[in-house]
Design a protein around this ligand. Sequence first.
Ligand code: PTT
Ligand code: SF4
Length: 603
Amino acid sequence: MFGWKGKFLRVNLKKGKAVTTKLTSPIARKFLGGRGFAAKILWDELQPGIDPLSPSNKLIFAAGPLTGFALPSSGKLVVAAKSPLTGGYGDGNIGSHAAVQIRKAGYDAVILEEKADKPTVLLVQDEIVEFLDAKDLWGLSSFETEKRLRSVYGASAGILCIGQGGEHLVKFANIVCQEGRAGGRPGMGAVMGSKNVKALVFVGSGDLSAAKPKKMKELGAEAYREVLTKPNYNFWKRQGTMMTIEWSQENSVLPTFNYKEGVFDQADAIGGFTMEKLKVSNRGCPHCNMTCGNVVMGSDGKESELDYENVAMLGSNIGLGNLKQVAALNRAADEFGLDTISLGNVIGFAMEASEKGLIKEKIEWGEFEGTKTLIEDITYRSGLGEFLAEGVRYFAEKIGGNSNRWAMHVKGLEISAYDCHTTPAMALAFATSSIGAHHKDAWVISWEVNFGREKYVEEKVDKVIEFQRIRGGIFESLTVCRLPWIELDFELDWYSRFLHAATGFEMPWSELNIIADRIFTLIRAFWIREYGKNWSREIDIPPARWFEEPLTKGPLKGAKLDRTKYGILLDRYYRERGWDNQGIPTKATLEKLGLEDVAKQLE
Ligand code: PTT
Ligand code: SF4
């Protein structure tokens, strides 16, 4: 087998034992890697209805057939499990040396099963697996944990860890590495904490073998050169994802005051050009020559790596217009290992609840010190933090007062940083995303703004599905960074050429699209199996706020979504996907995608 390593490492944390299992060629071709492998394993191996924070859940770290090769931005890894935040399929994507080292150690995926008896560091050095006592690390921040481990295992070791948020099972705790890479929004850090695993360390000494090694080397080198010639390259290196603040403000989609508005009076103060003045360095994921991590110095005197989502959610969404302070909050989130998107979302919700008198605690829009304290309270589950740590869906149910109408989530996952009062296709993308309201699968918003945001037409459904295939399906399974394609127009054709050189298989985009649909549909089946009788099409509808409360500011003042027209878009989406009018894949669709066993179970 070329491209893939052909092996999974299965670690039983309770027994302190690890075994390898074989990845067969038909499964590799059917599910590709990363998210595809994770979805297949979770569907096949999890008992429906398990508690995601119990030992029965499995935590999967999965690479793909291109991960770790010398080609642009290939140092990415998918981390997946049943989500404690949503109760459905959950995953995230991390740029990390761990992605490269897992493959060098000889594996396509590592699966953690059961629960360790005590705090543990899992050390994988090629075929040797050790379970180290982590009592001295438990209670430390993600940064300090990594620093200590790195001093032992070296600069290129792959290290993934949780902060105190994961230890305290905050439902949106994520997994952190390299002081500012973080992934696993739907509580993957909490699942790791529930298994008593503080960190994973991977050290590999093997090589990746390609079917056509010479071709692979030439293609990789050519591709790196190509990236450097792209017109947007220099600006990307200056601002990275931070350029999106200006764009979102200009187009009235910058989430502001818990998604009440799409413009923020102080947007310039938290935008890409302000960031450039504070920037002290640039860093990024392994194998990347367009690194986009913007490091600035925060008001706490500590470094913080800024991305658009972090700044919009901990800035405009909570009414904070001071970038140094936003950076300090972002740094705290990284150290504690909390997802910044969900964090900014629950804090915005708490501020609104406080303003409306639905909670007794006082926390005002834009308040910095109060927010810092609240982040600590969430991490340690103290006071109001105890409830916010459960996520916005839970908290809205708890406080009532119709607050579920402005609890900004889909399927329990807090919405990423795009206000959709005026963008029905982006609302549909959030509502039908495979992990809840994440932009990763189908960021159609910039296309939609150019195309005509007010329209509710078939082209929008087609675009959502096209992006769900490319982004959510192929990039998450290859598993490499999608940003060369999105931000620099690095052509998609490169990836089928890489795949051919790596695996020896000719896999045109027509075949890749079928694989993407298979993975997407399998994930949908997972949700339906978990939600059972509670499943309905209502779950694919975004929050009431976007339909009921028009924008009150900016050039699009007065705009809101139309519920009837959204319903028609959703029907059309279901039809194109081959799902019934409740969003459940039909038997014929499942069989067409080679998911006959899934069809039987869903019936
Ligand atoms: C991703 C989500 C994002 S998406 C951001 S910023 W973005 C937030 N980053 C966080 C952070 O930082 N610290 C923290 N404590 N929580 C954070 N939560 C948020 O997580 C990230 C980049 C970015 S920056 C994006 S868009 C792209 N995402 C990719 C993806 O999903 N798949 C893929 N194949 N390639 C991608 N490339 C880009 O990677 P989740 P990273 Mg991430 C500080 O985690 O769960 O997937 O959610 O991984 O290594 O930090 O790179 O404007
Ligand atoms: Fe990582 Fe950014 Fe490079 Fe993508 S473009 S691999 S997110 S540094």
